[in-house]
Design a protein around this ligand. Sequence first.
Ligand code: XMP
Length: 512
Amino acid sequence: MERESVLVIDFGGQYNQLIARRVRECGVYCEVKPYKTPIEEIKRFNPKGIIFTGGPNSVYLESSPTISKEIFELGVPVLGICYGCHLMAHILGGEVSACVTSEFGKTETVYDKSCVLFAQDDMPATAVSWMSHNDCISRLPDGFKSVAHTDNCPVAAMENPEKKLYAVQFHPEVNHTENGIKMIDSFVKQVCGCGGDWTMANYAKVAIEEIRAKVGDGKVLLALSGGVDSSVACALLSKAVGKQLTCVFVDHGFMRKNEGDEVEAAFKDWDVNFIRVNAADRFIGKLEGVSDPETKRKTIGEEFIRVFEEEARKIGKVDFLVQGTIYPDVIESGTGDAAVIKSHHNVGGLPDYVDFKEIIEPLRLLFKDEVRKLGTELGLADYLVWRQPFPGPGLAIRIIGEITRDKLKILQDADYIFREEIANAGLDRSINQYFAVLTDMRSVGVMGDGRTYDYTLALRGVTTTDFMTADFARIPYDVLEKASVRIVNEVDNINRICYDITSKPPATIEWE
Ligand code: XMP
């Protein structure tokens, strides 16, 4: 079945994923492809509309990213955003030059209501848009007219409705642009003629059929971590192929309090073969004397693979291995060569040691919020669907220095209380990640009439959309106080609690 879709062509803009997410929020499937994608491939993709992203360059420089003029001759509507807007003007014979006054941030913008992008009844003619540009269109290409302006920018948007070409200087995908999502909606529905058939119910139906066709009567193996992605993948595969699927849940012992049992309870009644491997002793044994964070990660990663491999061998030859790759990983893979800050051990990403024919990546096209919607659609419990990210090595990297069973128990109990208080305060969905860290430091305190010399616990809470940058969460003092009082009273060996008020960068989210 041909799916109606929009193509986002990436010119290096920082909001490329956001544009794609906004299009999908309008109920239209879309993909992001690099600007170097050959025109033949774009034609094969058969998009109903094309969106050019922003980018950091100036179109009039020789070395700047560009695209074949043919893209405007396919009869497919195009919307250019920021750099994409400049590029459309530049390629079609207009002129782009440095602004007299650059614009950054919220900017009052006057829209021409006769333009389809701004025509919805509830969109005022003057509203705030989000600008970020040093260049602007100084002469329109033939056939275009300006349909928005600001005090400093005479062409804040332009259109050539006959050719279905539109461009905006500002960023409609950013929340600060009032009605930005409606502009995108008008483009994809009114201009491109998309009906909006992209829903998770439809996705599930099609994905289940596709998985069945691919798997036939083969055997499928999935490493279940209890995280959102592997849980949703498990639910989808279970509906598609039932008992042909075996889920292996390796409990390395560094899960949060009760978490291993919760994962087991969530999946043992599903129509799958569920195997829980209790390997805590093995992992703790391997980590004896290890205090270096990277060594901890590598040791856990390697041991995890070994345990999984042993289980796979017992099952015998499997035909398919499931991976929980999601769309942001696909977009990001292969781009940039950033320094390795931490070698993430991702339980979804297993190397090729298991003897299998093919990999299935059933979430490969989905953003995180779509994965969550799909989980709900498939009947997964809320606490699994809304689970916050949890690192593969678990609490092992939240115990600073060497790990002991005692420290693990202290951290599990303290972390449990903190999470409970955050949930009691109704903050569990607005703070994107929150947890406790057991530091390796002890200090003097007084309890009752006696001196104590016990551990310092750190609490961490962050708000973030991408986990690449993060802000420390402004948790109200009374919530912190409740958590602090309860932890010190209910958990032995902690006599001091700090709240981490660093953002990322310069800190990272996890402490190790
Ligand atoms: P950092 O600490 O690098 O974390 O700011 C960013 C996000 O990644 C998670 N994280 C990990 N996830 N294996 C994982 O699967 C790891 O080793 C790992 N280390 C960090 C972290 O919880 C945060 O969400």
